[in-house]
Design a protein around this ligand. Structure first.
Ligand code: SF4
Length: 331
């Protein structure tokens, strides 16, 4: 019997209303996360990764955001149909999120303790009321878990008194304090320098492994995806264009865009200068017809300009949204 997915996103469409029209930023994406699974989500800046995560948590301001179609099921329940109260039950204990910029994610006028206590109290109130002393104890252990020294003193500190790496660790502690079943980690090291980024990512990886938390990890660093995930989704301009088990995708990327992404990684073995992908992400006010990648694709065919490709299976668990794999064209 197939295990029920923890999260299932079907044909999700999202647009932002802007002056003089709307931006179609999610063009019908599909995504599945199984219990305990670590999933990577990669793609260029502006391809819709963060919007997709925020749509799953339903934290996008509406307007301008508008979900125009599709479904998001968490443990079999449609998140898009949930009442505000039911949604509160999902946020925190069910799904929590680590945001890209820890400085913006923390409120500068509250201490770390106040912010952490609020998260713990909120998640505890979904079960039983926790006593003040228990909450403080839970906050101290949450900070210790992310390897922050002197957690008792840190409870009284304000975000501005912490370094960037410490703030990101606090954000991880807050996201994990409610013991979520699914963690959405949105480029959790991007705002940090590379050595701290590496420490933070290792820490996060160990913690989710220990707690068997399911994860969607958004990152630009393909090396991180390779090490930290079981499966990968590749997004381009609001479309999910390829998905596969991580080792399969790295061994044999099929979509021309994924191949371009892999070739854009600098080679340290003297194997030549990395190639970029010519062109840029399209204007969402007027995206290209058919396959949104067609203006940049080296393999473009006439059908690509007219029709949107659906996902074609190419291997066990490997799917590619490209007409080269529809069985009628030559890959
Ligand atoms: Fe290129 Fe066509 Fe495939 Fe799109 S569908 S990636 S344009 S070959």
């Amino acid at each position: 019997m197939t295990e029920q997915p923890l999260l299932k996103v079907d044909n999700l469409q999202l647009s932002y209303k802007v002056y003089g029209g709307s931006l179609s930023v999610l063009n019908g994406i599909n995504l599945v996360v199984r219990p305990g699974e670590k999933v990577g989500l990669v793609g260029e800046t502006g391809c819709g990764k963060t919007s997709a995560m925020k749509a799953i948590l339903r934290i996008l301001p509406a307007p301008p955001a508008q979900i125009t179609g599709g479904h998001i099921h968490f443990k079999g329940q449609d998140v898009l149909q949930m009442s505000p109260k039911a949604l509160q039950g999902v946020r925190g204990n069910g799904i929590s999120m680590i945001f890209q910029d820890p400085t913006a994610a923390l409120n500068p006028v509250f201490t770390i303790g106040q912010q952490l206590n609020a998260v713990i109290k909120y998640s505890a109130s979904n079960r039983n009321k926790a006593a003040k002393r228990q909450i403080r104890q839970a906050a101290i252990s949450a900070l210790s878990e992310v390897s922050l020294a002197d957690p008792e003193r840190l409870l009284n500190a304000y975000p501005v008194q912490l370094s960037g790496g410490m703030r990101q660790r606090v954000c991880i502690a807050m996201a994990l304090a409610a013991q979520p079943e699914l963690l959405l980690a949105d480029e959790p090291g991007t705002a940090l320098d590379v050595t701290i980024q590496d420490q933070v990512l290792r820490l996060l990886r160990n913690l989710v492994e220990e707690k068997n938390t399911s994860v969607i990890l958004i990152t630009h660093t393909l090396g991180v995806v390779r090490q930290a995930t079981d499966r990968v989704y590749v997004m381009y301009a609001g479309d999910m264009i390829e998905s596969a088990p991580t080792s399969m995708l790295f061994a044999n990327p099929r979509h021309p865009y994924t191949q371009g992404l892999m070739e854009a990684v600098p080679r340290l073995n003297g194997g030549g200068v990395a190639e970029g992908i010519p062109g840029r992400i399209p204007d969402y006010r007027n995206p290209p017809t058919g396959c949104r990648f067609h203006p940049r694709c080296p393999r473009v065919m006439s059908i690509c300009r007219r029709e949107k490709p659906s996902g074609y299976p190419v291997d066990d668990g490997h799917e590619v949204a490209c007409f080269l794999f529809d069985g009628q064209h030559k890959p």
